[in-house]
Design a protein around this ligand. Structure first.
Ligand SMILES: [Zn+2]
Length: 292
């Protein structure tokens, strides 16, 4: 295990235990989240070492999840994804000043494909070889290994997207340093992450599926995002809710808790009804360089 000695946002070394939760998907081991005494940021600590963390991703069957079309939940999932893809492309069109886009953690390439169909010069980066192969075979997607990140020229992309990826980034400060440099000066960085200040997070506590230990290394609220990007001279321009996530996360959380789908649906609804911008189950953050 890797003991984190410094807060990933403010470098402070004093932490307080916050919550312990089980890895329900792979190991059934218990992991801990701490909060920084200085800035309040919550992060998983300790975390598996970089050579071991891949083992905790083994439950994630990208391909089966995205290609089968059987059963009502899967049908619903496909519908929601289609709708969500449209919304995401619309957002990129609205905030982007040009056509050069980069999607980090592109997975099976569904969003990348939607970008290509919308006429963007879209590039995707993805660490998983099976997901990359799927994207290439099904969409002829322009997708490469994650390591390519460090070969991309600075100031070359109008929009960079990270859909539920930032919470997985092992070397956060180093990678964000490069990612924010790849952005053009007037570019936009779009980040979606779960929000631990949401109603569903507070309701489900250690069963909240979006803690997803140990592969979610960071547990953000909007203020954390603002402070994190101060390091890169970037500011938050806008926040958008992801309203379907409360249902999906509640469904998984009920499964872990031994509850049922009716409760999941009800809590998904409550989460959205009670939310203000900034307290939805997942939030989209649009960031820009200061002065642009
Ligand atoms: Zn801190």
């Amino acid at each position: 295990m890797n003991d984190i000695k410094q807060c990933p946002i403010c470098d402070s070394s004093e932490f307080t235990p916050f919550i312990s939760a089980v890895d329900y998907t792979v190991s059934n081991d218990t992991f801990n989240i701490v909060s920084c005494n200085n800035c309040g940021f919550h992060f998983t600590n300790p975390i598996p070492t970089v050579d071991k963390i891949g083992e905790y991703y083994k439950a994630e069957s990208y391909i089966s999840h995205s290609s089968t079309n059987k059963g009502i939940i899967n049908k619903l999932y496909q519908r929601v994804r289609k709708h969500t893809l449209k919304q995401k492309v619309k957002l990129v069109k609205r905030v982007g000043k040009g056509k050069d886009t980069l999607d980090i953690g592109a997975g099976t390439g569904h969003f990348l494909n939607a970008c290509q169909l919308a006429g963007f010069n879209a590039l995707g980066l993805e660490p998983d070889v099976d997901a990359r192969t799927f994207a290439i075979e099904n969409f002829k997607a322009n997708i490469q290994e994650l390591d390519e990140l460090y070969n991309l020229p600075d100031g070359s992309r109008d929009v960079i997207t990270m859909w539920h990826v930032l919470e997985h980034v092992y070397d956060l400060r180093r990678d964000l340093d490069k990612i924010t440099r790849i952005l053009k000066p007037d570019g936009r960085l779009i980040i979606a992450v779960p929000n631990m200040s949401s109603f569903d997070a507070k309701h489900y506590k250690e069963f909240w599926a979006a803690y997803d230990l140990p592969i979610h290394l960071y547990h953000f609220v909007p203020d954390d995002i603002k402070r994190l990007f101060e390091h890169y001279d970037m500011e938050l321009e806008e926040m958008q809710p992801m309203k379907f996530d409360s249902y999906y996360v509640s469904m998984l959380s009920e499964k872990y808790k031994g509850g049922n789908i009716v409760k999941a649906f009800w809590n998904g609804c409550r989460s959205n009804l009670k939310a203000k911008n900034g307290t939805y189950s997942s939030q989209i953050y649009i960031l820009k360089k200061k002065g642009h």
